[in-house]
Design a protein around this ligand. Structure first.
Ligand SMILES: [Fe+2]
Length: 161
C-alpha cells in the first residue's frame, strides 16, 4: 500500500477511537479504548520513525521532520503518563483529552504540510515499497502484542532522523 495512504488511514482510525472514548461511560470500556489508542499510536510512531521519516528526509522536509519527532516525544510522554495513572486517577480523562488534542494537531500538520512534500519527493513506486515495509513492521509489532509497552522506554529523547 502507498505509505501516505497507510498513514492517513491510521490517523482516521485513531481519530475514530478517540471519538468512541469520548462517548464511553464505563471505566473498563474507557480503559480498553485507551489501550487500543496507545497501541495504535505506538505502532504509528514506530513505522514513521523507522521508515517514513528517514525516507522523507530532504532539505525541504528536515525542519518539519524535526518538529514531528518532537511531537511524537510529547505524545509518548503523555501516553506513558496516562498508562501510569490509569482510569481511576482523577486526572486520567484530562490527560487523554490533551493527548487527543496533540495527536489530532500532529496528524493535521502531517497531512497538510509534510505529506504533500513527500509525495513530490518520492516516486509512486518508492511510496509503495515504503508502505510495504511499514505494513510489515506494523504487523510484527501487533503480533508481538501490546506495542504500547515500548512507549515508556522512548520518552527520554526524540527519535533520530
Ligand atoms: Fe506522526
Amino acid at each position: 500500500m502507498d505509505a501516505i495512504k497507510l498513514l492517513k488511514q491510521q490517523h482516521d482510525e485513531v481519530e475514530e477511537a478517540f471519538g468512541k472514548m469520548d462517548k464511553a461511560r464505563d471505566a473498563r470500556r474507557k480503559q480498553a479504548l485507551f489501550e487500543e489508542i496507545a497501541d495504535a499510536l505506538a505502532v504509528h510512531a514506530a513505522i514513521e520513525e523507522n521508515h517514513f521519516y528517514p525516507a522523507s528526509k530532504s532539505a525541504g522536509t528536515e525542519g518539519l521532520l524535526r518538529e514531528s519527532v518532537e511531537e511524537h516525544l510529547s505524545v509518548k510522554r503523555l501516553i506513558a503518563d496516562a498508562m501510569k495513572a490509569g482510569p481511576g486517577d482523577p486526572q486520567f480523562a484530562a490527560k487523554v483529552a490533551v493527548l487527543q488534542e496533540q495527536v489530532l494537531e500532529h496528524a493535521k500538520e502531517e497531512e497538510k504540510e509534510l505529506f504533500p512534500k513527500v509525495r513530490k519527493l518520492l516516486s509512486k513506486e518508492q511510496l509503495e515499497d515504503l508502505g510495504t515495509a511499514m505494513e510489515e513492521m506494523a504487523d510484527e509489532l501487533k503480533e508481538a502484542g501490546q506495542p504500547r509497552m515500548q512507549v515508556p522506554g522512548e520518552t527520554a529523547a526524540p527519535a533520530s532522523l
